[in-house]
Write a protein that binds this ligand. Structure first.
Ligand code: NDP
Ligand code: GDR
Length: 344
């Protein structure tokens, strides 16, 4: 059976992917950072930490020699490179750190693979953020890139590095251009989970108000558990390639907020626009949502909507969970956690 290495296994996608691969019979090694105690709540939540075929491995991905040692020791068949500073907002404040881990570290892995075991199949976690100021709607694999944040610029470097190693050295380096995908395993700094978690706290009387940034931006939101299956399918395809994974439906932050409150049994009435927008609860008239400029970004992306026809035709992959279902399952899980006092 195959051995897979997942960088960033402690993150949302890493945990779901590890679970998927272990169920397929893979031996899975996952990296965590050397500098901190691994954040293992997702691995515990999915009950994979004690799986006999699962192993955690400390590694500094920004260090080339550490990457070489990692590839040599584990000698995997497949490497899924998911580690990144993945919060776009933070990348404006920490551009250098983001460039190192989200961009340059990818080159360390590619170079280590080229030197030590070029038969390894490599997956690069590319992002719809590459399209940035979108040049068409919906976007496909052929849409030109226009990154709009330090995160997206770092991902662009990583994306083209993977393609360059594919074209120059014949490495099986595949890129998944994934649109936003969410789940109860999402960190709370991302907007969907921030909303569902706060809605749960409001519903249970632990908080009064949800404070957000730009409500009018829109995203193509899918369910993370389905997207990791797409990653695996890309790696089983005959040739390394680039694929978009998306739902082809776009919704605004305001619409997602409405859905989340509805999932907790509350209807909102919206007033005002832009920074002056707010929402009150229909039944009680209480203020429930307001906007704070501090959550705005220096630069925003355009309407994110992806066309995943290529993945459907070549990989048989498509997104099946509707946004309403996704939002509902996140709110339900957050209600359960808040009620139990679970911290994450
Ligand atoms: P998460 O933020 O949940 O996970 C990121 C992982 O990277 C974590 O394991 C984190 O470790 C690790 N990491 C962060 N900084 C470092 C560092 N300096 N050194 C080593 N490891 C580090 O992201 P997701 O699971 O949501 O996303 C997975 C990948 O897919 C990322 O590359 C992301 O950019 C990309 N992507 C995600 C999309 C999404 O909607 N989820 C869409 C498109 C692309 P720790 O737990 O220690 O913080
Ligand atoms: P994104 O996700 O930047 O798309 O990156 P995020 O959930 O952070 O933001 C989505 C949109 O919501 C707006 N927004 C807010 N965002 C946050 N975090 N907090 C708020 O209070 C808030 N209010 C409004 C943002 O301005 C933004 O427009 C995610 C990450 O997973 C990336 O790693 C990945 O590459 C992309 O998705 C595709």
């Amino acid at each position: 059976m195959k051995t897979a290495l997942i960088t960033g296994v402690t993150g949302q996608d890493g945990a779901y992917l590890a679970e998927w691969l272990l169920n397929l019979g893979y031996t899975v090694y996952g990296t965590h950072r050397l500098t901190k105690t691994p954040d293992i709540w997702r691995l515990e939540y999915l009950d994979i930490l004690d799986h006999p075929q699962f192993h955690l491995h400390a590694c500094d991905l920004t260090d080339f020699n550490s990457c070489k040692t990692l590839i040599k020791q584990i000698s995997p068949d497949e490497v899924y490179n998911l580690a990144a500073q993945s919060f776009v907002g933070l990348s404006f404040k920490e551009p250098f750190m983001t460039a190192q881990i989200t961009g340059v570290a990818v080159l360390n892995l590619l170079e280590a693979i080229r030197i030590i075991k070029p038969s390894i199949r490599f997956y690069q976690a590319s992002s719809s953020e590459l399209f940035g100021q979108v040049e068409e709607i919906p976007q496909t694999e052929k849409t030109p890139f226009h990154p709009r944040s330090p995160y997206a610029v770092a991902k662009l470097f990583a994306h083209w590095s993977a393609i360059n190693y594919r074209e120059s050295y014949g490495l099986f380096a595949t890129c998944g251009i994934l649109y936003n995908h969410e789940s109860p395993l999402r960190s709370k700094e991302f907007v969907t989970r921030k909303i569902t978690h706060t809605v749960a706290r409001i519903a249970l009387g632990q908080q009064d108000l949800l404070v957000l940034g730009n409500l009018d931006v829109s995203r193509d939101w899918g369910y993370a558990k389905e997207y990791v299956v797409g990653m695996h399918r890309m790696m089983q395809h005959d040739v390394a390639d680039t694929f978009v994974l998306a739902t082809n439906r776009t919704a605004s932050v305001r619409e997602f907020t409405d859905l989340a409150f509805q999932a907790a049994g509350t209807d909102l009435i919206w007033e005002g626009t832009g920074l002056n927008a707010f929402a009150i609860e229909r039944k009680s008239g209480q203020l429930r949502v307001r906007v704070d400029q501090n959550f705005y970004r220096p630069c925003e992306v355009g309407t994110m909507q992806g066309d995943a026809s290529k993945a459907r035709d070549l990989l048989g992959w498509q997104a099946n969970t509707r946004l309403e279902q996704l939002c509902q399952l996140m709110v339900q899980e957050d209600l359960r956690r808040v009620e139990k006092g679970v911290p994450f």
